[in-house]
Design a protein around this ligand. Structure first.
Ligand code: GLU
Length: 442
């Protein structure tokens, strides 16, 4: 049976680094096993789901290069869920419940106050037909729970090894709400079965869902699904990530011009037994992927690390690779300009600032006009090459007696208006004699 994995986001917010890591792991697992990767949009909750987020999820994946072989929305499958639900009803595994959310809440609080776990007490299972009719006449609509039969459930988890869960510590799951909407625990199982998913790989916050879902899978079908639960990423503070954490959304990194490969490199290595490092390509990430290296303890997201991967990646870009992009930023940027400035960029778009410095002639008034005047008098004629700067500055040094920082910093500031930047021996060649003379006001 060939491998089939899926990524199943709910379109209720932007994807963040944690979500995309789950997508990436599933995608890599499928790609390294010659399998298929499905994108399932978990949008049964029509009120909270937004088409806008579905489009953004797809765009994020495409931007990162995570392609899917098939995609569908759960909202297109309400009929199928109903059929499977009826199948469970026929098997005697579904029962109607009439508690209001407030009543359930009260029960949970009482159980917790008594030191117990907030597990649904199955009181609706004991209702007589008369009691049910009375509730209906009162205007109450039932929600529907799945009756779990087993006391325990065990599975071999690819990442957590043997997992053994006491089902008595979990509530019978609600599979349909009173308004007729099927809930995730159930619809997900129906889809995983129907789409022949072989591997469900997701965060370990789903471990108890898995226990419940295995009961559902067993009652519906004999399908064999292998589960893997990875530790979740956390914020650098150690706090849980949330969909509201827009600062770590893929969209926000795209807006900040972080490169997809920097994000993928981070996500392929964070929270694994390998060190976090830049990868050359998506292909390298595929080639190196080993699911067992994923750690069961949480990885912390350090944005500085992502920024430094991005900076390293930029150094590797050949001019040909990004020529079109650079021309859009400033069509005067050529190979020489790129190679001179790329070491000073955090993101490719920072090059715009160097374009302004090199091509525009904002006047610069030096602090030590006397010194700069001497420097300008000694400025060699063109053509300039890599030797020009050292020859020129050694003449300035001989004449003024200045050396080190006292020599170089005022020159850099006078010619560029900046106290740091690319190597001056390169930068002056981009500037040229006329630009320097035009710019410096003495
Ligand atoms: N929609 C679920 C979530 O985003 C999917 C979990 C799963 O992979 O089954 O948590």
């Amino acid at each position: 049976m060939s491998t089939i994995t899926r990524f199943a986001p709910s379109p209720t917010g932007l994807l963040h680094l944690g979500n995309i890591r789950t997508a990436l792991i599933n995608w890599l697992y499928a790609r390294t096993n010659n399998g298929k990767f499905i994108l399932r949009i978990d949008d049964t909750d029509l009120e909270r789901s937004k088409e806008e987020f579905t489009s953004k999820i797809k765009y994020d994946l495409e931007w990162l290069g995570i392609d899917y072989d098939e995609t569908f929305n759960q909202s297109s499958r309400f009929d199928v869920y109903k059929e499977r639900f009826n199948q469970l009803v026929d098997l005697g595994r579904i029962y109607p419940c009439y508690e209001t959310p407030e009543e359930l809440d009260r029960k949970r609080k009482l159980q917790m106050a008594a030191g117990g776990k907030p597990v649904y007490d199955r009181s609706s299972l004991k209702l007589t037909e008369k009691q049910k009719t009375d509730f209906e006449n009162e205007g109450r609509k039932p929600h529907w729970r799945f009756l779990m039969n087993s006391e325990r459930v065990q599975w071999d988890d690819i990442l957590k090894d043997k997992v053994d869960i006491d089902l008595l510590s979990l509530s019978d799951p609600v599979v349909y709400r009173e308004d007729g909407v099927p809930l995730y625990t159930f619809s997900s199982v129906v889809d995983d079965i129907d789409f022949n998913v072989t591997n469900v790989i997701r965060g370990d916050d789903h471990t108890s869902n898995t226990a419940v879902q295995i009961e559902l899978i067993n009652s519906l079908d004999q399908n064999k699904i292998t589960f893997a639960h990875h530790a979740l990423l956390t914020a650098s503070s150690g706090d849980k990530l949330s969909k509201r954490d827009n600062v770590i959304s893929i969209e926000s990194f795209r807006d900040k011009h972080i490169e997809p490969l920097a994000i993928l490199s981070l996500l392929a290595t964070i929270g694994t037994s390998n060190s976090i490092e830049l990868k050359d390509s998506l292909q390298q990430i595929i080639d190196e992927f080993r699911i067992k290296t994923i750690s069961t303890s949480p990885g912390r997201i350090e944005i500085d690390l992502l920024n430094s991967l991005n900076k390293k990646l930029i150094q590797k870009f050949d001019y040909n690779e990004i020529e079109d992009r650079l021309k859009k930023i400033d069509d005067r940027i050529d190979r020489n300009f790129w190679e001179t400035t790329r070491g000073n960029l955090d993101i490719v778009e920072d090059i715009k600032g160097w374009g302004d410095i090199v091509f525009n002639s904002n006047p610069i008034e030096p602090v030590d006009k006397e010194f700069i005047k001497i420097a300008l008098d000694l400025m060699p004629d063109e053509p300039w090459n890599d030797e020009t700067w050292s020859n020129w500055t050694s003449k300035i040094k001989d004449k003024t007696g200045k050396k080190g920082k006292d020599l170089f910093l005022p020159l850099r500031e006078a010619f560029t208006g900046m106290s740091h930047g690319p190597e001056m021996k390169k930068l002056i060649q981009l500037l040229g004699r006329d630009k320097i003379l035009e710019r410096v006001k003495i």
